[in-house]
Design a protein around this ligand. Structure first.
Ligand code: BG6
Length: 482
């Protein structure tokens, strides 16, 4: 059951991903989807929407009619038990028609204010009373701060146990985010160096060219800290910093990630200025087009104090990472859409190849998450010619996916994982709670102190100047992302 079946996420991501799973044979023909949303629609109209959504993102759709025939629609009132009873009847009927063995997945792809209500109704109105498995997939935002996340979690947990809850962080479905562990734990050359003796700093950038688009209402209350740092950025940091798990099981991996978040140094009060920079975009030129400043966007307060950019320095106080800054930055309306991780290794003890024109570059391992996927290792090698001089060289690996085609969309992988009951690439409650408690300390201060310098970066740039200073005072600089 997909709650929010007429919404943007369902249309843009979920239906095309389900179609790909179906086409590849990863979804047998024993499946049925009930689209649940408020507006009245017939099954036929809903199936037409499904076809449209699939066709708009996939070129090859040979089996589209067969696929769409598995979709049913229920016009729903989220607060009305009678509506849940009708939904349950439909689900029971489909269960026997398609031989589903009492297995149900409930996907909440809708406004977060209803998450708790729906979960409670699912239980009280008998929808979770099944003979097979029941799973709840829940989209972000998972709460607005620790307290609201805790309340939401309590509501959900009355109907589902922790191992039945699949909290989506779509970054965990990205191929190269999943590759972080493999690069680290399947190569003899990195793991011995992966610590404060050899790494000088790590930089994680996730920049976007888009602004807030039509999401002003949500974003005004969220800002980049809650929208990106609490989830995607901290998840990437946890994967980069975790200890090797004993085994590749869900519990082992998650518990190592939790340990990183527990070791994350809390930044609070006056310290925030030292460790974090916030920004808000002004008008500017993005990819050749003039765009509005954040305060001129729809549904945005003309004096908004909301940050559209965050840069920060994280410290992980454990044996492996003591003293190694992990810099993160993310923002809207920057000059490129790019997610990249740069691991900067410490300089060698002595440079034998000093020349006035060229200094020796530090070794960098760059993990390209998107749009390109791959790895680049920056080394130094001999400059061709008579002199023994060093010059930078790059070893590049471009990830071309399994068949030379694009790698599967994050949602395709995550939906498949959920169907198979693999929760590894979903966030555990402990991770959510720890990241909120880290982020809350910063947002409490930012919300109560107006940023006098907003807007402080032009659209189409890499963010405010203070973000450069954050690294410069430690003797570093941001490595370019392109
Ligand atoms: C979402 C945020 O979680 O991630 C959006 O709510 C953001 O504001 C998006 O644009 C970025 O995802 P991606 O996959 O495009 O990097």
């Amino acid at each position: 059951m997909i709650f929010g079946a007429t919404g943007d996420l369902a249309n843009r991501k979920l239906y095309p991903s389900l179609y790909k799973l179906f086409e590849k044979g990863n979804l047998s023909d024993k499946f049925a989807v009930i689209g649940v949303a408020r507006r009245p629609l017939t099954n036929e109209e809903f199936q037409e929407n499904i076809k449209k959504s699939v066709k708009s993102s996939i070129q090859k759709e040979d089996r589209i009619d067969e696929f769409a025939s598995h979709f049913y629609y229920h016009s729903h009132d989220v607060t009305d038990s009678n509506s849940y009873a009708v939904l349950n009847n439909l689900a029971n009927q489909l269960d026997s028609n398609y031989d589903l063995q009492g297995n149900r997945i409930f996907y909440l792809a809708m406004a977060p204010e209803f998450f708790g209500t729906i979960a409670l109704h699912l239980k009280e109105d008998g929808l979770t009373n099944v003979s097979g498995f029941k799973r709840l997939v829940i989209e972000k935002p998972f709460g607005h701060d620790l307290q609201s996340a805790q309340e939401l979690n309590d509501q959900i947990r009355t109907a589902f146990s922790e191992d039945e809850v699949y909290r989506i962080d779509h970054y965990l479905g990205k191929e190269m985010v999943q590759n972080i562990e493999v690069i680290r734990f399947a190569n003899a050359i990195f793991e011995p160096l992966w610590n404060n003796r050899y790494i000088s700093n790590i930089q994680v950038t996730s920049s976007e060219v888009l602004g807030v688009e039509e999401r002003g209402r949500y974003y005004e209350k969220s800002g980049a800290l809650r929208d990106m740092v609490q989830n995607h950025m901290l998840q990437m940091v946890a994967l980069l910093a975790m200890e090797p798990p004993i085994k590749l099981t869900t519990e082992e991996i998650r518990s190592e990630k939790v340990r990183v978040l527990r070791a994350l140094r809390p930044i609070e009060g006056e310290e925030i200025k030292e460790y974090f920079v916030r920004g808000q975009y002004d008008k500017g030129t993005v990819e050749g087009t003039q765009v509005l400043g954040y305060r001129e966007e729809q549904m945005v307060n003309p004096e908004s104090n909301t940050e559209t950019y965050v840069a920060g320095k994280l410290m992980i106080d454990n044996f492996r990472w003591a003293g190694v800054p992990i810099y993160i930055r993310t923002g809207k309306r920057m000059d490129a859409k790019s997610t990249k991780i740069v691991i900067q290794f410490k300089d060698i003890p002595m440079n034998l190849y000093y020349s006035p024109e060229e200094t020796l570059n530090p070794n960098l391992l760059v993990i390209h998450i998107q749009p390109e996927e791959g790895i680049t290792l920056h080394l130094n090698a001999k400059k061709a010619g008579q002199n023994i001089a060093a010059t930078p060289v790059k070893l590049n690996y471009a990830n071309r996916g399994i068949d030379g085609l694009n790698t599967p969309e994050a949602y395709e992988k995550l939906l498949f994982d959920c169907m198979r009951g693999d929760a590894t690439n979903f966030t555990h409650w402990d991770e959510v709670a720890l990241s909120w408690s880290f982020v809350d300390k910063i947002s409490d201060v930012w919300e109560n102190q107006k940023a006098e310098n907003y807007p402080n970066y032009n659209a189409g740039t890499m963010g405010p100047r203070e973000a450069d200073e954050l690294l410069e005072k430690d003797g570093f600089h941001w490595w370019p992302i392109s």
